[in-house]
Design a protein around this ligand. Structure first.
Ligand code: PEP
Ligand code: MG
Length: 557
């Protein structure tokens, strides 16, 4: 039975029939120029307008973070300079679809050369191009399929515009040729709680309707499975469901060491949904998620109202709010930072407050007011803290705003290397393994091709986490993890062995992490941590720890 191999980024097993994203349209090779440029321009204007209107409608239906992204994409379709570029190409004698294609490509080149956030918008711009060409050429709209039954979604990669219309009840699993462990596809799949395999060569060659079994833990896609394989997959999936659904309550190891199980959220919508998960609260509220696509800074009153909604959804549970992490992979239009050669190493996260102190003080004031009005258990933390002095200043600003519990994210190797000094300045720390991996390995977290370096099982990354864990024990400061690593059940045991006492993850991952933690005592977690750090690479570390895992939970690993 043919097997495709990729990177498993969202655990679980599912079987079903493939449905592919409709391929993007290409301008016909034999297209001839229109006879009247004005008539052709009217067609192009109408097509762009239709695309922008559809995106706006989808934004209104989607709500939350997706709405902001879709709204920003609709604005690209309405950019007047795009139309003038098409006009000059048509006046030069280009056929209409070719002219539109070339105009979009010109804009994509400019964005790519700008680098950073702008370069990441190229996928959205190409999405607008494909939709516009489909309208002009009378072809089916590219994007999410609607086969009329639940399906395994297969595509090159998923853009935010694709996934906003995705019906979670219809999607059994996701397989993409591109993407990486922190790609949009991976985060979306975990959010939906469906298995996903990314960087899977050969996926696009699968025909619609092909039956497949997707194993999001092993990173495999079996095609044309026989009856026995299907039955085995169903049995494995059922075993996984019954194991994970059996647990509830706070996180702890088998010998009773408390490990708080928390969720990551980015919007009010997320908060409402995530509040239904049996968790101990929010370990990472990514506040920039509220303001993606916003052109102007939200007023303090507006921020206060939004934060109060989130806090109320989690009444009685703790909420760790991260102050704005603008810049690099999370740009905000209203945060003015200089054009940078290398935004991931530039003015981002807490560093933005060097230029714009009011953004931080305004946000802290709104958070303080919302905490008071709701009586919620709110803690704040700063992103991208590099030195103890930065942590000191942040904590002082938080206390000034009436927020007594303040901490720092550890995402920069310098912070981990000097953890003891940093931890004496704060009430808690939370390790952001996504960025910590990026900066430890000098590997762009958006580069799927470097997924092996960004693997959170890399022993060098674990060494840095160990340094923070040791500092936590020495200073009595709680240490948590809120990067993607926290949601890997086996790695969660390693993290606990390294001194981590809270784990924050996508809500769908909480049950498996709870189950696996409860199957191991602290001594075993410590042995696992030693085994992982003694390994030479991520693969060996994973295998060494798996060999120490209790066999009762192998079905969820
Ligand atoms: C991280 O870097 O691990 C993290 C949790 O922050 P973000 O993914 O939002 O950068
Ligand atoms: Mg980060």
């Amino acid at each position: 039975m043919p097997e495709l191999r990729g990177l498993g980024v969202s655990p679980g097993i599912a079987s079903g029939a493939v449905a592919r994203l409709a391929p993007p349209p290409r301008p016909p090779a034999d297209e001839v120029p229109g006879t009247d440029v004005e008539i052709e321009m009217a067609r192009v204007t109408e097509a762009l307008d239709q695309v922008a209107t559809t995106l706006d409608e989808r934004a209104a239906a989607a709500g939350g973070e997706a709405a902001d992204v879709l709204g920003a994409t609709a604005m690209m379709a309405r950019d007047p300079s795009l139309l003038s570029s098409v006009r000059s190409l048509l006046e030069d004698g280009r056929p209409t679809a070719h002219g539109v294609d070339a105009a979009f490509e010109g804009f994509c080149d400019v964005l790519s050369q700008a680098g950073g956030y702008l370069a990441e918008r190229v996928a959205d711009l190409r999405d607008v191009r494909d939709r516009t060409l489909s309208v002009l050429l009378g072809l089916p709209m590219p994007g999410i399929p609607h086969p009329g039954h639940p399906y395994v979604l297969v595509g090159r990669d998923l853009s935010p515009a694709d996934t906003a219309t995705l019906d979670p009840a219809e999607v059994l699993a996701i397989v993409t040729e591109l993407g990486g462990p922190t790609s949009h596809t991976a985060i979306l799949a975990k959010g939906l709680g469906v298995p996903a395999v990314v960087r899977c060569p050969g996926a696009l060659a699968l025909d619609d309707g092909t039956p497949v079994v997707v194993d999001g833990s092993a990173g495999t896609v079996l095609t044309d499975p026989g009856e026995q394989t299907l039955a085995d997959a169903e049995e494995k999936a059922a075993a996984r469901r019954s194991l994970t659904e059996s647990g509830h309550g706070p996180g702890r190891t088998s010998d009773g060491t408390a490990v708080a199980l928390l969720v990551n959220i980015a919007t009010v919508e997320d908060a409402r949904r995530a509040a239904l998960t049996d968790s101990e609260g929010v370990g990472l509220f990514r506040t920039e998620g509220l303001y993606l696509g916003r052109r102007s800074e939200p007023s303090t009153a507006e921020q206060e109202a939004t934060y109060a909604e989130v806090f109320s959804a989690f009444a009685g549970r703790k909420v760790v709010v991260r102050t704005l992490d603008a810049g690099a992979d999370k740009p905000l239009a209203f945060v003015d930072v200089p054009a940078e050669e290398n935004p991931a190493l530039g003015i981002r996260g807490l560093r933005v407050s060097r230029r714009h102190p009011h953004l931080l003080t305004g946000q802290l004031a709104a958070l303080g007011a919302a905490a008071r009005s709701t009586g919620a258990d709110v803690r704040v933390m700063a992103p991208m803290v590099s030195t103890p002095a930065e942590a000191h200043e942040f904590v002082a600003a938080a206390r000034e705003a009436g927020l007594p519990v303040a901490g720092a994210m550890v995402e920069v190797p310098a912070a981990a290397l000097r953890a003891k000094a940093l931890l004496t300045e704060v009430d808690f720390v939370s390790i952001g393994t996504n960025d910590l991996a990026q900066y430890t390995f000098a590997a762009d977290r958006m580069a799927g091709e470097l997924a092996d370096l960004l693997d959170p099982w890399q022993p060098a990354l674990l060494d840095l986490i160990a340094s923070v864990g040791e500092a936590g024990a020495a200073t009595g400061t709680p240490v948590g993890v809120c990067g993607e690593a926290a949601g890997d059940p086996l790695l969660a045991c390693v993290l606990v062995g390294l001194g981590v006492r809270s784990l924050s993850m996508a809500p769908s991952l909480v049950p498996a992490v709870r189950l696996v933690l409860r199957a191991h005592d602290l001594t075993r977690c410590t042995e696992m941590a030693v085994a992982a750090r003694c390994s030479d690479d991520a693969e060996t570390a994973r295998a060494a720890v798996r060999a120490l895992a209790d066999t009762s939970v192998l079905a969820v690993l």
